[in-house]
Design a binder for this molecule. Sequence first.
Ligand code: SF4
Ligand code: SF4
Length: 475
Amino acid sequence: MKIKAQISMVLNLDKCLGCHTCSITCKNTWTNREGAEYMYFNNVETRPGVGYPKNWENQEKWKGGWSLDKSGHLALATGSKTNRLMKLFYHPEQPELTDYFEPWTYDYETLIHSGRKNNQPVARPRSLVTKQKMEVTWGPNWDDDLAGGEHARADVNLKKMGDHIVFDYEEVFMRYLPRLCNHCLNPACVAACPSGAIYKRDEDGVVLVSQDVCRGWRHCVPSCPYKKIFYNWETNKAEKCVFCYPRLENGLPQICAETCVGRMRYVGVVLYDMDKVEEMASTVNEQDIYEHTVDLLLDPNNPAVIDAAREAGISEAWLKAAQKSPVYKLVKEWKVALPLHPEYRTLPMVWYIPPLSPILQRVTSDVYLPDAHEMRVPVQYLANMFTAGNVETLSNTLQRILDMREYMRRRETNDEPIAHDVDLTEKQMYAMYKLLALSKYNDRFVIPTDIDMSQEGRQHMQHNRGFACPTGGCK
Ligand code: SF4
Ligand code: SF4
């Protein structure tokens, strides 16, 4: 057993407002400069929809992630090294700028310095790449709130469902999906880089691109199935989400998590067995990969795990953080968080609590809430996103959250608890309710730092750096 520590994030999709604060604070922090205008390390998509870049989930087109070769070994879906080198000057799986969007600004000078005229002056859009006037025809969030429209029908997850999805007004559904690099345990981007410029940090699992070593081959761009590596056209280097590692090193959560208006992000440490990563990623049945990824995560309260972690050089501060980790609870203890597209075999370390709402109260039975399969968002659609199509696993996940809600309603009204199919105790359901509904800053973000800093010290540092929480959540 070789124990490693990983910083991991959980996003509760029921609480995402689609406000895009996370995308904007990330952009202002990391990609607010030339060559990076089209990059959104964090973006928020409307589902059903095609996302950013367009149809990134269509791996028949992009060939991202891993597949199993004839002998059952992991192989990059983009092909062998020779194959990739042969595509150096013509690479049909490289996304183009139009797949993301052509970044633009507005001609504010004309607007501001216009002389007196009969007609009001306007600020025409100008390309940030060519500096010429342009027609805006697509953007990173073009189909915002338009689920059910023309773009929704191209959603790959719907296509896998056949014809039984209805876009009638009464049946249509819509959810938001915030996305960032998953800082995977088996990152395809790292394996694809011929220069060895991309690496996974030993101490916290953050995946980074060395700007000194990157030669701009761009093999990482198609290889990442989530399309979360970007090519900077000004520096000719690859760039990606850095999980805000300078903030993490100071005990602060990522800027997207800190500023999330819905308070739907949770950050914490998980411990895993590195020796088993390849075996788990090679699981033959792709519908079992999620369970096997969860199996990789180790119980931080198990004495044998604690001893092995100490032996592997994991500090007491990190061990303590792993024991208090909200991510461990949500992913492993209560099993309510799932990875996005586990079938890509990269073993993502960003997890999602699938959405329930809108919940309609039942009136015809003594059970307050509907069952998982009666949700408006089709279970099959969510299963295609989070469990490689495994409806049973997805339904069980939703049922755990529903049972917690049912339990809390009955507790409030002093009604008798009902029998549950899922294996959560009342104590666990109450703890889950507190974490999902009432949690404070320090419950949502448990970030170890070897600097022994007081809570006051942390807040002082936050405010000094201008990272004050806009919602007051840090108080
Ligand atoms: S999600 Fe991030 S770590 Fe995973 S393959 Fe893509 S860029 Fe690499
Ligand atoms: S800031 Fe939070 S609530 Fe707003 S879009 Fe991002 S993840 Fe959703």
